[in-house]
Each structure stands twice: as C-alpha cells, then as structure tokens.
Design a protein. Structure first.
Length: 174
C-alpha cells in the first residue's frame, strides 16, 4: 500500500484500488484536501499516454478536473462513510460518520452531479441499488433528503427549483 499521510491506497473489494484510513476519523472530521492536478480543457486534454483517464476526473461546477493520487482512487458506495465538501476554490473529503483505521473511505458519486451517465454498482453495501445513477435527482427521494446537507452551494444554485422542491418536501416531513 502507498501511504499518504492519514490515508493509504490499496486493493479494494469494491473495485481496483481504494483509499483507506490509516487512523480513525470521527464524523465531521476533514480527512484531506482533494488533490486536483489541473482542469481538463480543450487546450489541456486528458493525456492517456501519461496514464490519465476520464474516470480519474471529477465535475465540480461545470468543470472537468483531473484528480491526483490518492483521491482518484476513492470509490463509490451507496452507503458512503464520507462526502466531498466544497469551500471556495478547494474541496475536502469529510467523514460522514465515524471511520475506523483500515476502513475504505467511500463517497456517493451521485451527490453534486446531474445528467451524468449511469453504470453498474458493485459496492457491496446492504443498500446498494445496483447502479450509480449519475444524477442526484434520480436517487430515491429519501436518499436525496439524506444527502441534502452535502450539496455544494454551486449545485444548489444551479438546480434551485428542484432543490427548493426537495426542501419543501423535507419541511412537510418534519
């Protein structure tokens, strides 16, 4: 395993490589700042000859960014223990619940994305839907409500009508 501070990259039961906690993280703790290599643009495309791949990218606020190690290896889970928190021009992986040393750190790829492509999910979680939807709004309503606090301000602004409707549903349920 490659060690990188409080996390390490190693073989994952979910898929390929994953990121694992080298120490415990209580819920709410910032695990690390996400390593963005660069923005992918027409003038600076993905370089497959250098080992760069589209599945190593993230899509914040209508941008395509190439993630560096270890963050490109954070796997999806339908019951994630972490989430991505956006703050100005940076983002962080934050513990959603307590994470034990040795546990794989996972996020739900469906948060802060819309109109993306879907693909089969094999996360192994008891609540696995069998699909990464590629769209926050295609998640079950109860998951949308659960994930609402993790939505980035740019995502909320871009989808304000749909998010307001979700917030109204949340108020009715309270």
């Amino acid at each position: 395993m490659d060690q990188l501070g409080d996390v390490e990259v190693g073989a994952s039961a979910i898929q390929g490589l994953g990121v694992f906690a080298r120490r415990s993280f209580p819920a709410g703790d910032r695990i690390r700042r996400i390593n963005v290599v660069r923005e992918v643009t027409a003038g600076s495309p993905i370089r497959e000859d250098l080992g760069e791949r589209l599945d190593h990218c993230a899509y914040p606020n209508d941008k395509v960014v190439l993630l560096g190690i270890p963050d490109r290896h954070i796997n999806h889970s339908c019951d994630p223990n972490a989430y991505e928190q956006f703050e100005r021009h940076a983002s962080y992986i934050v513990a959603r619940r307590d994470i034990r040393a040795g546990e794989e750190i996972t996020v739900d790829y469906n948060i802060n994305i819309s109109e993306g492509t879907s693909w089969p999910c094999r996360c192994g979680s008891p609540r696995c839907r069998g699909e990464v939807a590629g769209d926050f709004f295609r998640l079950p309503k109860k998951w949308q409500l659960e994930y609402r606090p993790y939505l980035a301000s740019w995502f909320v602004e871009r989808h304000r009508v749909r998010v307001r409707a979700l917030d109204s549903e949340c108020e009715v349920q309270l």
